[in-house]
Design a protein around this ligand. Structure first.
Ligand code: SF4
Ligand code: SF4
Length: 327
């Protein structure tokens, strides 16, 4: 009997939501498990890393990696799985763009450590110590993976073949991606295995979008009772649908929550945030400087909102100049 293709599933700096989305394939997962040999999936099964290390280079047909790269352990596993795999799929907003954890790039490592290990109200740390990569204790050396200065996307660390955005990606797209990979039915390397349209093009509220939108100020979702059929933007609520790739099934929109951009930019656009700002500025009908300032001030935490899933992949700078992984 021919050997089954080997698959590895691994979460780096991940919340396990992407793994959960794979489990949500339900019965399809049983068919996948029947057709492939899952050689690594720490969230679901017990494996030994030494078995992966002992494999030939390229022996794994597909590695599905979720999560961003925040520490030396993530880097080591990403590099190992790259070496042993024919195809690496970056799964989820964290692996593709840095994800929610990438918001940490608005601070430096020292800011984060100071808060988490010294200044947070629930912390008791009289010596003010921080975790160290190496600690000598009773003649033993204890080690921890080194925490990097920044959060990195997967493709800033290893070569990535395909991308599957979303936080998490819907099971249907995950199933399609696995089937397409195993069948060798894949688009050019570097493609996202997701639809090409913008979310507005598939959104049911688009039907109620006025031909000409005019926005004077912005409101936050909790400040209004949003009409469940009306376009959020037309109601002055920030919705990133015009600049975000579709494929999520409009999950947030359908529960009356505007799009926050987890599917990343539409094809041909490098970043969603500037694209969205350009859309927004064409809809604002304010002219005087004070009106413009008032409208902009009514957007709460614009950077946090626009870069919620994508700061590490942004071409914009960071609070602390980005350094290489060795730093
Ligand atoms: S993309 Fe979302 S679900 Fe997946 S690991 Fe990141 S935060 Fe979790
Ligand atoms: S802006 Fe948001 S609510 Fe309006 S059509 Fe686009 S995705 Fe739908």
């Amino acid at each position: 009997m021919a050997e089954k293709p080997k698959i590895a599933i691994y979460g780096l700096g991940a919340c396990a939501g992407c793994d959960q989305a794979i489990i949500d394939l339900n019965e399809v997962m049983l068919q996948v498990a029947d057709a492939v040999d899952i050689v690594l999936w720490p969230l679901a099964m017990d494996f030994k890393y030494s078995r992966i290390q002992a494999m030939q280079d390229g022996e794994i047909a597909l590695s599905i990696l979720s999560g961003s790269v925040r520490n030396a352990d993530h880097q080591k596993m990403a590099e190992l799985l790259r070496k042993k795999s024919k195809i690496v799929l970056a799964m989820g907003a964290c692996a593709c763009f840095g994800g929610v954890s990438g918001l940490a790039n608005f601070c430096g490592k020292e800011d984060i450590f100071n808060w988490v290990y010294r200044n947070a109200p629930t912390v008791i740390n009289p010596t003010g110590c921080f975790p160290q990569p190496e600690t000598d204790l009773n003649g033993y050396k204890l080690t921890l993976p080194e925490f990097f200065e920044h959060v990195f996307t997967l493709d800033q660390v290893i070569d990535v073949d395909y991308y599957l955005p979303g936080c998490p990606p819907p099971p249907e797209l995950i199933g399609n991606a696995i089937v397409a990979t195993l069948a060798g039915d894949l688009p050019p390397k570097g493609s996202a295995l997701a639809p090409r349209k913008a979310l507005c093009d598939t959104c049911p509220r688009n039907l109620r979008k006025p031909n000409r939108m005019e926005i004077r100020s912005f409101r936050r979702i909790h400040e209004v009772e949003a009409d469940p059929d009306e376009c959020f933007l037309a109601a002055g609520i920030i919705c990133l649908g015009p600049a975000t790739r579709s494929g999520c099934g409009e999950t947030c929109i359908r529960i009356n929550v505007p799009c926050r951009g987890c599917f990343g930019p539409v094809p041909g656009v490098m970043e969603s945030a500037p694209k969205f700002l350009s859309t927004l500025s064409s809809l604002l009908v304010v002219e005087r400087d004070d009106e413009i300032k008032e409208a902009i001030d009514s957007i709460d935490d614009p950077v946090g909102y626009l870069y919620r899933f994508s700061q590490p992949s942004s071409i914009l700078g960071q609070k602390i100049a980005k350094k290489g992984l060795e730093n």
